[in-house]
Design a protein around this ligand. Structure first.
Ligand code: SF4
Length: 84
């Protein structure tokens, strides 16, 4: 028997499938603020049309995802949501 990767149903419907992860996560090298804002805007545009945005954000908050754009929010924005 072959083990298949385990995905939650919402992940299979994610609008970011097929998009480069590079727009959702910071590069390993220094990133200027202007480049970060531009990269995040591109990622957030994908999220804005995502049918599972709510599930994605809930997942990120539940598992304390520390990096990247999840549910249309970056890490700082998620911290603000979590603090409410
Ligand atoms: S909300 Fe954004 S990061 Fe989350 S699954 Fe949808 S497109 Fe991907």
């Amino acid at each position: 028997m072959t083990a298949l990767p385990s995905y939650e149903d919402w992940q299979l419907r994610a609008a970011c499938r097929g998009h480069s992860a590079a727009i959702f996560f910071a590069p390993s090298h220094f990133e200027r603020k202007s480049a970060k804002l531009e990269r995040e805007a591109r990622a957030k545009a994908v999220c804005a049309a995502c049918p599972v945005r709510r599930e994605c954000l809930a997942h990120a908050l539940r598992f304390h995802e520390a990096h990247g754009i999840w549910g249309g929010l970056n890490e700082d924005e998620r911290r603000l949501v979590a603090a409410r």
